[in-house]
Design a protein around this ligand. Structure first.
Ligand code: C2E
Ligand code: MG
Ligand code: MG
Ligand code: MG
Length: 284
């Protein structure tokens, strides 16, 4: 509170703070309840080959299916889930469910069109004991090859540059699971640290895609990320492609893959399968 602020202003501040705390506690206990009740669902957004329009895989995105409030998106609960540690059981469920779904898709599709699923993993979840083991057993239970799974981590996880994290990422990569850095470019990181690291994919954050059309500096940055990725033998996925202009520009810059509302919003598992089979096959 600003120096010299009146008593009334301080009280108002305190009561707002109190209100926010109560809200957080309520959210936390509701979240705890929903973990027990299993009130989560996954939606899937296609990751598209920008040159051919083929679907390479899907990103799994969690939603809280609240009995009275309806569908709640992750921006409204992931932070509290992280703080409370509830992200660990939620994240386990997400991984299991995403793998069950990709197993089903792969059973129904020819091998040449078998998609992968990309799963977001939060820092707390990754750092929780037994994460890598859980990935291994979840793959076995689902009966899918590790190539059917990609894990999306954030730059924050790598910031400490701890050897344990790199070792676990290496273990995942040796297993055959691919690792992507999500929201690439938004975090505080130098590009050099990616050299010879167990990373397969960079996902360019949608803020760059948004801005590159009217801002030549942003466009140069995107171009730089793509050529860096090529040098390091990494794949690039651009996020938040909303217009044909976005797509065309990314293609020109050499970006192979992308996702965004231009192609599809996140959809349910059945609708996602329709994406892979095409409308004719679905109608049959
Ligand atoms: P993210 O992983 O970067 O996911 C991309 C977000 O952008 C998704 O929001 C997606 O619906 C949205 N999006 C996709 N295409 C477009 C587009 O063309 N335009 C715009 N404006 N938005 C687009 P969503 O589903 O609300 O998820 C938000 C964030 O929540 C995710 O960002 C991810 O960080 C986190 N999240 C989602 N699911 C999970 C999960 O299962 N576990 C964890 N730990 N985090 C998750
Ligand atoms: Mg993601
Ligand atoms: Mg992202
Ligand atoms: Mg994001």
């Amino acid at each position: 509170v600003a120096k010299g602020a009146g008593k009334g202003q301080w009280r108002r501040y305190q009561s707002e703070l109190h209100g926010a705390m109560v809200e957080r506690l309520e959210l936390r206990s509701a979240l705890e309840h929903s973990v027990k009740e299993g009130q989560f669902i996954l939606q899937y957004q296609p990751i598209v080959d920008l040159a051919t329009d083929d679907t390479a895989g899907f990103e799994a995105l969690v939603r809280w299916d609240h009995p009275t409030r309806g569908i709640i998106t992750p921006d409204q609960f992931i932070e509290v889930a992280e703080e409370s540690g509830l992200i660990v059981p939620i994240g386990r469920w997400v991984l299991d469910e995403a793998l069950r779904t990709v197993a089903q898709w792969r059973r129904l599709l020819p091998r040449s069109r078998a998609p992968y699923v990309s799963v977001n993993v939060s820092v707390r979840q990754f750092r929780a004991p037994g994460f890598v083991d859980h990935v291994r057993t979840a793959l076995q239970h689902a009966g899918v090859p590790p190539q059917a799974l990609m894990l999306e981590i954030t730059e924050t996880l790598l910031m400490g540059d701890e050897e344990r994290i790199w070792a676990e990422l290496s273990a995942l990569q040796e297993m055959g699971v691919r690792v992507a850095i999500d929201d690439f470019g938004t975090g505080y990181s130098s590009l050099g640290y990616l050299r010879q690291r167990p990373i397969d994919v960079l996902k360019i954050d949608k803020t760059f895609v948004d801005d590159m059309v009217d801002n030549s500096q942003q466009a140069a940055l995107v171009s730089g990320i793509i050529s860096l990725a090529q040098t390091l033998n990494l794949t690039v996925v651009a996020e938040g492609i909303e217009t044909a202009t976005h797509r065309d520009m990314l293609l020109r810059l050499g970006c192979p893959l992308g996702q965004g509302f231009l192609f599809s919003t996140p959809v349910g598992a059945t609708e996602a399968l329709h994406w892979l089979t095409g409308p004719a096959a679905v109608a049959a």
